[in-house]
Design a protein around this ligand. Structure first.
Ligand SMILES: C[S@@+](CC[C@H](N)C(=O)[O-])C[C@H]1O[C@@H](n2cnc3c(N)ncnc32)[C@H](O)[C@@H]1O
Length: 293
């Protein structure tokens, strides 16, 4: 089975044709985020092909993106067309203002909360460390805050992660601001002397898309957090997203939270931002601000 997309005109109208073996068995016509039609040939109906086509068109247009809002519309089905009504309901379309509308607003995640806090706290032009750069999304975010006068260094213990991050930075025109190195984050002071950094971000856990058995652990995390605090300037911020669960257990999250709670009030302001009505395994965003004296 395959779907072919053809542009119909310069107004973003497209047709997505669904092929089974060599024959076209259905199509969807869209104009930007509006479905104008979705049809499956009568002999192929009631076998899940409408679902398949609708899911794919939504997916290709960001309808399942968990980080960005999306809105799609479609015409209301005829009153007697229960199959079309059921299909629309299955994918979250609801009648509104004479149309079907499917609206998604992303949940506030621990990482999104961390980005919002840092964006509202950091000034452009700073030196930022991403101590767990992974696939580079946090490094890219920090580059967007640092701006052309800032510098961002990403670190990861896995060479593939440093390569992925450098590729993402290059693809987004940020290679002049940020770069990634393969290094254990316990050694982050090799890249920035004590008292020189405006922000250190840790987003613990495993590299998304890679084997889950390489992940951060309490043994390396506590010395790395201490090195991160040592690297900060007065007024600088350390952000850490802590995880727990079946694969990584609870030891790292517990030890890091205890480390943060034990920091002296005279030197640090510590925030531990629990998602209070989520499961105990919910990610835990933490922020430490080094106090200015
Ligand atoms: C959840 S991922 C980070 C996600 C990443 N910031 C992104 O935006 O894609 C956690 C990363 O921490 C890295 N890591 C684990 N232990 C590390 C260590 N001791 N030093 C440096 N990186 C480590 C893993 O290799 C993994 O890539």
């Amino acid at each position: 089975m395959r779907i072919e997309k053809t542009a119909l005109d310069a107004q973003n109208r497209c047709v997505y044709s669904l092929y089974k073996e060599k024959g076209c068995i259905g199509h969807a016509v869209t104009c930007a985020d509006c479905f104008e039609a979705l049809e499956i040939a009568p002999e192929w109906q009631s076998r899940g092909y409408g679902s398949y086509l609708l899911r794919e068109v939504l997916r290709q247009n960001g309808g399942f993106d968990r980080t960005a809002p999306s809105e799609f519309t479609a015409p209301l089905p005829d009153a007697g067309n229960t199959a079309a009504q059921a299909l629309a309901a299955k994918f979250g379309f609801v009648p509104r203002g004479g149309l079907l509308v499917r609206r998604r607003v992303p949940d506030l995640t621990a990482v999104e909360l961390t980005h919002r806090f840092l964006r509202s706290t950091l000034a452009p032009g700073g030196l930022y460390l991403d101590a767990t750069c992974g696939n580079g999304h946090d490094t890219l975010f920090l580059c967007s805050v640092a701006g052309e006068n800032g510098r961002v260094i990403g670190l990861d213990i896995q060479p593939q992660a440093a390569a992925n991050t450098n590729a993402l930075l290059a693809a987004n025109g940020m290679a002049a601001i940020g770069r990634a190195e393969c290094c254990d984050h316990r050694e982050l002071l090799r890249f920035a002397p004590p008292g020189s950094v405006d922000c250190v971000m840790f987003n613990f856990g495993w590299l998304p898309g890679a084997a889950h058995d390489v992940h951060s652990t309490a043994d390396s995390t506590l010395p790395a957090l201490q090195a991160g605090l040592d690297a900060l300037k007065p007024g600088g911020v350390l952000a850490a997203v802590l995880y727990s669960g079946k694969v990584i257990g609870n030891a790292e999250k517990k030890a890091a939270a205890e480390f943060f709670r034990s920091l002296p009030l005279a030197d640090y302001t510590v925030l531990i931002c629990e998602f209070a009505n989520w499961a105990d395994t919910a990610p835990l965003p933490c922020f430490v601000i080094k106090r200015e004296k």
